[in-house]
Ligand binder design. Sequence first.
Ligand code: ZN
Length: 482
Amino acid sequence: MDRLTGLEPAGVFEIFDVICDIPHGSGNTSAMLDFLKRFAEERELRYKADEAGNIVIYKDGSKGKETLDPVILQGHMDMVCAKRPDVSHDFLTEPLDLTIEGDDLYAEGTSLGGDDGIAVAFMLAILDDESLVHPPIEAVFTNDEEIGLLGATSLDVSLLKGRRMINIDSENEGIFTCGCAGGSSVDFIMPIKRVRMKGLPVLLSISGLTGGHSGVKIIDNLPNANKLMARLLHEVDDAAVCCLESVYGGEKDNAIPTDATAHIVIDEIDFHTVSKAVEKFEKDIRREYRGIDEGIRVRVEKGTVHKINVLDAESQENVLFFLLHAPYGVRKMSGLVRGLVETSSNLGVVRTGDAEFACTVSVRSSVGSGRRALERELYSLGAKCGGSCRTSGEYPEWEYRPQSALRDTMVSVYTSMYGEEPVIDVIHAGLECGLFAQRIRGFDAVSIGPDVRDVHTPNEKLSISSTRRVWEFLVALLEKLR
Ligand SMILES: [Zn+2]
């Protein structure tokens, strides 16, 4: 406590300081929820908490504004707990070690939880300040956003009368996010049969790719190690008789895979031919990805001849067919928002077991029908290969509104304050806004926030001056809302 004394806006940083004393990692937010309830009770503000750990706190409109349509303010109360390997910090019990350095506020050795603690601080400061001019406020504090938008998914939106919402979970001042992608994971599983054969085991590996978040980086046309492996296996299969034992690649469905390996079995006399094919493939790929991804390595290593259980001919054909045709990359760019990837997919994870082959593909689109069409392609491809698909982890898109009264007001307030227009953006990743958009008719929202760098890491830093400006903007905006 009192570590942030002297920082402006004092009301916001005072509350942020208190929040940082309350452990609130995802899945561990009950103390935070209690604090929010107490905060409301002490100010005689009506509130409603639900089973999922969300809470809505209501505040009447200021004098003369009582009958305006309410505005929803929203942020999530949980944070990602990340710490440096050399730091011993117990996120379940210990307060964060706040430090100020120039314009940066951070927690020594750990993530700060500016994502999304600063939203909590903004909302509470607004609820606390009797001098502000504003319409009726419905402040929504959602739970467990960082582990799958859990709170927002369960939130009962009948608790809300508002149709317009300011989400405070963006990390770049001056950028107004006005839409996001929906997504899902499609899991493909296919039974495989094996036969025993004697031959030379060969390890094929692809590595050194850049990879990255499949929502953010898909626009860069980066290579995907699983897709490269699909091509390599076909090349090798063309060069010599090759039997597949296993193929692996990637760690997470939403990360572009950087590595893939395959174990194959060939006739010993074909090793030279196979090596040549691998060498040529590496050359070709490196040429294809010049200027995009320069570090791609393709390797071949042989073992010693013995008996191995490999896939039978039909299973192998199906695996290679699926890998070759599973969609990866940008499918469609938006016609409404320049530079926005509308629909994309990522063949993130490939695994081979004794009796089954499995893949996970992450599918995203800011248009629901676009996502469903891509899911259908996967289902159809999967069935053709003798397997089946299942969709999980669905989150809805928040479609960009060509007309938005809230956005217009926000742009005009911002422009008159700073003499330049904000950037209007739509992102190719999920936000809680999608879950509100799906269930609130006429939903009109914008997502904003102060500059926060390196979120979800121990290097997370919140800009103090940006926090002040975004606060001033929020205060001015609430006053302007009709
Ligand atoms: Zn967040």
